[in-house]
Design a protein around this ligand. Structure first.
Ligand code: NAP
Length: 283
């Protein structure tokens, strides 16, 4: 392997230590930051994600409230709970774990979260802030990817960045954040005719598809920075990303592993958004 490994665990540790310091300072002023995490139903992956988020809060000294509801919770009851948390001064961030059971409209729930507490950055208003460079919260995964790219020391001004994937939660906001950092941005998706044509010209590639083997060595420009957002299982059931890691690591200058790259940063940026929300609330 010739590429430098971009270590998401190490960067997370550093940023979480900063969050812990800010949390201690705010708590000393009588404003302990608080995050409410809501889980509806029994989705096993969601249970793991939620547990990790709550633990990360505790480790950084944040107050966290975990509310778990049965899968048959009504949409109205969930909206009422969100409304109550909006009014709770001890809570500065509200996260409703997706996916929700089919009878609940996720958009309605996300839009019910107060913009000041939308630490996941998924609401239409938050998306508008990401688009315009406003003060709202950035979605945690793309925000974390930007921190990973920054950690390489690259100046994105004038660089060509290619994002593979255009979801509202990862691909699109990722492209906007890269654009804000003055990169020239190309977005590829399932209807892109020749993804390799684009990625071979890219100084930075972010793969956010959910399909292993999406980015292979022959699709990467020598020296490129590669960020792998994907979470997949290979034929042996082992966790892997969208990037064919062994081959691409011989061509790229820096690359994130899976696990240990983007994953820990997503939770870390949730903590960053929550402490930011609490600091704003405390004035
Ligand atoms: P998503 O909503 O399913 O979006 C996937 C995107 O990939 C879509 O835009 C889709 O294009 C595109 N795509 C699908 N097949 C493709 C192909 N063959 N070639 C090019 N593009 C293709 O997924 P997501 O929520 O953005 O997540 C993407 C991956 O990141 C998943 O593996 C997810 O588990 C992972 N993820 C990881 C973290 C983390 O913390 N590490 C956080 C969030 C997500 P169309 O729009 O044309 O359908």
């Amino acid at each position: 392997m010739t590429a430098r490994l971009i270590d998401g665990n190490a960067l997370s540790k550093q940023i979480r230590a900063e969050v812990a310091q800010r949390t201690a300072a705010l708590t000393a002023r009588g404003h302990q930051p608080g995050l409410a995490v809501i889980l509806v139903g029994e989705d096993p992956a969601s249970q793991v994600y939620v547990r990790n988020k709550v633990k990360a809060c505790h480790d950084a000294g944040l107050h966290s409230v975990f509310e778990k509801f049965d899968a048959d919770l009504s949409e109205a009851a969930l909206l009422a709970r969100v409304t109550a948390l909006n009014a709770d001064p001890a809570i500065h961030g509200i996260l409703v774990q997706m996916p929700l059971p089919k009878h609940i409209d996720p958009h309605k729930v996300i839009e019910a979260i107060s913009p000041d507490k939308d630490v996941d950055g998924y609401s239409v208003l938050s998306a508008g802030h990401t688009l315009t460079g406003g003060a709202g919260f950035r979605p945690c995964t793309p925000y974390g990817c930007m921190k990973l790219i920054e950690s390489t020391g690259v100046d994105l001004r004038g660089k060509h960045a290619v994002v593979i994937g255009r979801s509202n939660t990862v691909g699109k906001p990722m492209a906007l954040l890269l654009l804000q950092a003055n990169a020239t941005v190309t977005i590829c998706h399932s209807a892109t005719a020749d993804i390799g044509f684009h990625t071979r010209q890219a100084d930075v590639v972010v793969a956010a598809v959910g399909r292993s083997g999406t980015l292979r060595a022959d699709m990467v420009k020598p020296g490129a920075i590669v960020i792998d957002v994907g979470i997949n299982r290979d034929a042996d059931g082992k966790l892997c990303g969208d990037v064919e890691f062994a081959g691409v690591a011989e061509v790229a200058s820096a690359i994130t592993p899976v696990p240990g790259g983007v994953g820990p940063m997503t939770i870390t940026m949730l903590l960053v958004n929550t402490i930011e929300a609490a600091e704003r609330a405390a004035g």
